[in-house]
Ligand binder design. Structure first.
Ligand SMILES: CC(C)(COP(=O)(O)OP(=O)(O)OC[C@H]1O[C@@H](n2cnc3c(N)ncnc32)[C@H](O)[C@@H]1OP(=O)(O)O)[C@@H](O)C(=O)NCCC(=O)NCCS
Length: 182
């Protein structure tokens, strides 16, 4: 993290977070639920989604250890009411900074706005916990994720050469400021 440049919060992500779709925890029956993962069943569901979406996924044991041992780690799961986990996001909230480690939507549920909805929820919760800015890394070839982050006010600030493995690829570093302006 120390190599990451300090963001210029005046220049980055000045848009406030939309309030309508970000708050979707307890709404009408057609709205998805977004909750922090605590149960072993949900950790297993997230691990399955990880394995489906990434070439070097975190295992259930890694996720369990992260949640058990890291006080800054959070994992959020999005599901239809009473249904299966359709998306998840793992992150750290460290003082005034949200670091999004992973977000994934089940392949058959993409392009429905779920990734946007989940990111907005996580950013709002991070802001409530005191975060004022957010950062993440993304594979250079991941057009879908880069467009998603751009639509959420993230700005690409640097490149980490050869950051990813399997396959090796550059990582793009993004920042978004003004998280608390929701
Ligand atoms: C990236 C990902 C999370 C997006 O989730 P999603 O629910 O499909 O995203 P949304 O429906 O909210 O899309 C929001 C915007 O992102 C962009 N986007 C999403 N998928 C896209 C795609 N396949 N191609 C181009 N743009 C795309 C679009 O701008 C889209 O807005 P639009 O649908 O109005 O055009 C999903 O594709 C995914 O799980 N990918 C595999 C895991 C991954 O790469 N995670 C990111 C790791 S850094």
């Amino acid at each position: 993290m120390s190599a990451v440049p300090t963001p210029n919060s005046r220049a980055i992500g000045a848009e406030p977070l939309p309030s309508r779709i970000g708050k979707c925890k307890t709404v009408n029956s057609n709205e998805p639920l977004i909750e922090r993962v605590t149960s072993p069943e949900d950790v297993s569901a997230v691990a399955q989604l990880e394995a489906l979406c990434f070439t070097n996924p975190w295992t259930r044991e890694m996720l369990e250890r992260e949640l058990r041992e890291s006080p800054v780690a959070r994992v959020y799961a999005l599901r239809e009411q009473g249904g299966e986990v359709a998306a998840f996001c793992s992150c750290w909230i460290v003082l005034d900074e949200l670091h999004v480690n992973t977000i994934a939507v089940a392949p058959h549920r993409r392009r429905e706005g779920l990734g946007t909805r989940l990111m907005l929820h996580v950013m709002r919760e991070a802001a409530e916990a005191g975060a004022t800015r957010a950062t993440l890394e993304v594979r250079a070839s991941n057009t879908a994720a880069r467009r998603l982050y751009s639509s959420l006010g993230f700005v690409e600030t640097a490149v980490r050469q050869g950051y990813y493995t399997q396959p090796e690829e550059d990582g793009i570093i993004l920042w978004r400021g003004a998280l608390s302006r929701g």
